[in-house]
Ligand binder design. Structure first.
Ligand code: F6R
Length: 261
């Protein structure tokens, strides 16, 4: 089972995760980071960028692989995941842009984009730590309910719910792309350590189903139950539907060997 960490609020959770990432980068400057977009990890990225700047550690050898991208969106569009990663990760952390990868959602090359991305991840030696958010429908990356738990990077059709959720980043629902290219669940499961973050009541059902429900492609994040090292970091509001919340808190407080997360 994943380790469940319940912090009182989003800021405390982000501090914990940013500290952990920073320590890992300090000990391994060649770390391969798995990056997520969406609003959930933004505070972690901000805190991590501050820590990197204050420390003067050399981050030029770090590599990054983002989870997904919309199909057909201009890279320069402010809501493309190329732009989001560039503005919230690559630039503020001072990473080498040539080492930060985002799946290619261009129509012209879309057929080969999935296998190409898989090859690039493999060539980097695999992802060391993958940060994940979760959709209200339980998706990770853009692996919507029903996605194969063994899937690899490929094109997916976004659900109406995800397009509605993401319409807050666009001027209207019509502007939200209908398709994406996303790492598969099988791809995500090969990262050495998964850290899934979720905040707020709106994610409580998805977290409860994924953590305490059965393993099912209809709650894609439930695949984490099969991962040897998965950590789920949530706030109080997001823990509201967990049956065993008190136990997770107790277990975290009584963790015998502190390993950073
Ligand atoms: C984004 C991604 C998605 C988001 C999820 C939650 O790269 O992979 O799975 O993590 O849609 O989005 P937010 O964080 O905006 O609630």
């Amino acid at each position: 089972m994943a380790e469940i960490i319940i912090k009182s609020n989003e800021n405390e959770a982000a501090e914990l995760v940013a500290d952990f990432f920073f320590k890992q980068i300090e000990t391994n400057p060649k770390l391969v980071l798995g990056l997520a977009t969406g609003s959930t990890p933004l505070k972690v990225y901000e805190l991590l960028a501050e820590k990197i700047k204050r420390s003067n550690i050399d981050v030029k050898s770090l590599q990054g692989f983002s989870l997904d991208e919309y199909v057909g969106i201009d890279f320069a569009h402010p809501e493309s995941y190329h732009s989001i990663i560039d503005n919230h990760v690559t630039k503020p952390m001072g990473l080498d842009p040539a080492k930060v990868n985002v799946p290619n959602g261009n129509y012209e090359t879309i057929i080969s984009a999935g296998p190409d991305y898989e090859k690039a991840i493999a060539a980097a030696g695999g992802i060391d730590i993958q940060i994940l958010g979760i959709g209200t429908d339980g998706h990770i990356g853009f692996n919507e309910p029903g996605s194969s738990l063994a899937s690899r990077t490929r094109i997916k059709t976004l659900t109406e719910q995800t397009r509605i959720d993401n319409s807050r980043f666009f001027n209207s629902l019509d502007e939200v792309p209908t398709h994406c290219i996303t790492q598969g669940i099988g791809t995500i499961m090969q990262a050495k350590h998964l850290i899934l973050m979720a905040f707020g009541e709106s994610k409580a059902e998805a977290i409860a189903q994924s953590v305490e429900g059965g393993i099912s492609s209809f709650w894609p994040a439930s695949a984490l139950q099969m991962h040897p090292r998965a950590t789920v970091v949530i706030d109080e509001a997001c823990s509201s539907k967990l049956k065993n919340a008190q136990y997770y808190k107790w277990a975290f407080e009584h963790k015998p060997t502190w390993q950073g997360l």
